[in-house]
Write a protein that binds this ligand. Structure first.
Ligand code: 3NM
Length: 204
């Protein structure tokens, strides 16, 4: 995977949006995000056909803007929407199973601790999500923040694997995450809650 695609990695589901997610993604895509993850998860998220129908619209925006479209933790949906990739966490389906089913899709895996890093099947994944870097109000069950030093540590051990920082990253703190050695920042609220998405993406 080309690491530069992770540079401004926008993640979102309808539960993160105070207005139409289609409008938010359209604005973010036009503003220059480099990848998108559809993460319809947690309280107030859509299920079943409604989830698929929103996913179709978001997928189309990514096609039209040549932005990789990644689905969070839902293999059926990734197949139905012809996603470019799948992102899984520690409690989700095993990355090796994902690779067996989808030999050609990008696979991202979240890690928060050294043990998780050591136990991860790094040979089957394309990038690591490292976090939460800072406290976040977006994910209710987020783990203890690991700070930017953790990115430097992971970077030292894994010079070859693209890394993206996630969790509580803002337009001001993104610089610290990059300087610690990340290839990019994965953000939800820094974009969904921005009063001017174009400006927020430029600042990132
Ligand atoms: N995963 P915000 S933190 C989806 O630590 C997600 O793995 C995390 O939202 C992890 O940019 C997080 O608004 C929420 O803080 C990120």
């Amino acid at each position: 995977m080309e690491a530069h695609l992770l540079r401004k990695y926008f993640i979102m589901g309808s539960q993160d949006c105070d207005r139409n997610p289609v409008d938010i993604l359209t604005e973010a895509a036009q503003a220059g995000i480099t990848a998108f993850q559809f993460r319809e998860k947690g309280p107030d998220s859509l299920m079943g056909l409604k989830k698929v129908m929103l996913g179709r619209q978001l997928r189309k925006i990514c096609y039209q803007n040549s932005i990789p479209f990644i689905v969070n933790d839902d293999l059926e949906l990734a197949e139905v929407l012809d996603a470019d990739g799948i992102h899984v966490g520690q409690d989700d389906v095993n990355a090796e199973e994902v690779r067996a089913r989808f030999p050609d899709k990008m696979i991202g895996l979240s890690i928060s601790t050294l043990t998780e890093l050591e136990q991860s099947p790094l040979s089957v994944i394309d990038y690591l999500g490292v976090g939460p870097i800072f406290p976040t109000g977006t994910k209710k069950d987020a783990k203890t923040p690991v700070g930017t030093k953790w990115i430097s540590q992971v970077r030292k051990q894994l010079s070859h694997l693209p890394l993206v920082g996630i969790g509580g990253i803002t337009t001001t703190s993104a610089r610290d995450v990059m300087e610690a050695g990340a290839d990019g920042v994965a953000i939800i609220s820094a974009i969904t809650k921005a009063s001017d998405i174009q400006k927020a993406v430029n600042q990132l």
